[in-house]
Design a protein around this ligand. Structure first.
Ligand code: GLU
Length: 488
């Protein structure tokens, strides 16, 4: 058991986009695991300073995802904590003060460039970025514009030469030439900070020791490291996670996106994947267990917490394999206690199921045969309505059913069933077996015919008599009648 290290503080800091991308969920999971493995603190922070992109209800999506997946946080919206508020739009005043401090120290500057000017610059050279026009305004010019109420942003003053180096716990030493760095905006004209600034201030104030996030941030991190340096704050440990890729139909691999399949947690859940299966699967997308657990595939969240170490995080991109997730999901469905399975699958059942259907028995027959909950509708269709089938379906070499004996076998099964008063699996089975003996055939032959008759299918979940129990006496006899007409 690892010694608790209360000093480890991580956070998951999603922007409320209205859905939880699988890549973001993996970030949340790894961030949670790094904190919890060390007995540390896991924080949830909502990064909503991009006011133009606000989506109504989006924060609820994040909160419900955290709840459904069991990624409980020690501090965050709705639970509070000593570093709150945990929603950036409620922290607006804090950032202004720190931006001002950077301006005073010479690490940032006011930029009064108009939108038109910036658009013009962009038109001239879309890759050129900002030309640092306002970087060297005199104090008088600045005062004058501020007094006149000219709208402004605050930009980070990047060093013009030299390099920035930082250590990444996964990718190792990352070096960046300062001349590559743009004087990025820290505070926008609307008074809100950019992500680039707000997250650094918050991570520091919230005591975050390990910044865990996707590798798309690797190249921006030098700018953030410079902000820590400018404030004189200790930099956190950076843990960038490998890219998440998807495989296209032609076998090519590219960044995981909608064209590969469902990419949000919500869509996967809607499609009948279980949160536990999703979490287990994505834990392995970029991390491998080590030591005695190296070969292991199945982990509960608490087992992951025990096993997870940063050393096990891989650098190379992980490919999201939908087939594999489906397999995991089927395994998880199989292992569920029946009551949980029934509760989970019920929303996927068609409305207006026939009254006499024994739903619990039907679900028992199907629990081991689903890869995802949404398959239930299609798999139980034959219980609801007998599919059309041909007489040929009865003919079967192994069970010795031919055009010569099929009529007698179906009629025999029908007779046997007519005489059953106690409509239970055992009684039905006994009646069919007795009838087979009477006819001098193997019971398999008679049961085969009975199964085709009640299901209209050669492969079914459950045997003949189980299906009869699900659909009930009247429907069974109706289907037998139909079979007899077909075979006569
Ligand atoms: N709000 C950022 C995002 O959703 C967070 C990135 C980070 O973890 O720093 O991508």
């Amino acid at each position: 058991m690892t010694q608790p290290n209360h000093a480890v503080v991580t956070r998951f800091a999603p922007s409320p986009t209205g859905y939880m991308h699988i890549g973001n969920l993996r970030t949340a999971l790894y961030s949670y695991l790094i904190a919890k493995h060390a007995g540390g603190t896991f924080i949830l922070r909502i990064e909503d300073t991009d006011r133009e992109r606000l989506v109504e209800g989006a924060t609820d999506v994040i909160l419900s995802t955290m709840e459904m997946t069991g990624l409980s946080y020690d501090e965050g919206p709705s639970v509070g904590g000593e570093h709150g508020p945990y929603v950036q739009s409620e922290r607006k005043e804090i950032y202004a003060k720190y931006a001002k401090e950077l301006v005073d120290k010479g690490y940032a500057y006011y930029c009064f460039c108009s939108k038109e000017r910036l658009e013009q610059l962009h038109e001239e050279d879309a890759t050129g970025g900002y030309d640092r026009h306002c970087r060297n305004l005199s104090p008088e010019e600045i005062r004058e514009k501020l007094d006149a109420g000219v709208p402004y942003v605050i930009r980070q003053k990047m060093p013009l030469d030299g390099t920035v180096v930082y250590q990444d716990a996964v990718f190792g030493e990352i070096t960046c030439e300062c001349k590559e760095l743009q004087d990025q905006i820290l505070m926008k004209a609307d008074g809100y900070p950019t992500y680039n600034f707000a997250h650094v201030v918050d991570d520091h104030l919230m005591g975050v020791t390990h910044v865990v996030r996707g590798s798309e941030y690797i190249t921006s991190t030098p700018k953030y490291a410079l902000l820590y340096d400018a404030f004189g704050w200790e930099r956190p440990v950076y843990v960038h996670l490998p890219l998440l890729m998807g495989k296209g139909e032609d076998g090519t691999v590219s960044k995981l996106s909608k064209r590969h399949g469902a990419v949000s947690f919500q869509d996967l859940v809607r499609d009948g994947y279980l949160p536990e299966a999703i979490i287990n699967y994505i834990a392995l997308l970029g991390w491998s267990p080590r030591g005695v657990m190296a070969e292991r595939e199945f982990f509960t969240l608490s087992e992951l917490t025990e096993a997870f170490t940063i050393e096990g995080v891989n650098k190379s991109p992980a490919v999201f394999d939908y087939e594999k997730l489906l397999w995991f999901n089927g395994e998880y469905i199989r292992k569920m206690p029946f009551d949980d399975f029934r509760r989970a699958v019920t929303p996927y059942l068609p409305e207006n199921l026939p009254e006499n259907l024994d739903i619990d028995l039907m679900l028992t027959l199907l629990q081991g045969r689903l890869s995802k909950l949404s398959e239930i509708g299609e798999k139980i269709q034959f219980f609801i309505e007998l599919p059309a089938y041909d007489k040929e379906l009865f003919f079967n070499k192994k069970n010795k059913v031919t055009s010569d004996n099929v009529t007698a076998l179906v009629a025999g099964a029908n007779d046997a069933l007519l005489a059953v008063s106690d409509w239970t699996n055992d009684a039905l089975f006994a009646a069919c077996s007795a009838k087979a003996e009477e006819l001098g055939v193997k019971s398999g032959a008679l049961l085969w015919c009975a199964r085709i008759a009640v299901s209209g299918m050669a492969i079914t979940p459950g045997g003949a008599t189980e299906i009869m129990c699900v659909i009930g006496r009247d429907e069974t006899l109706r289907r037998m009648k139909h079979a007899m007409a077909l075979c006569s």
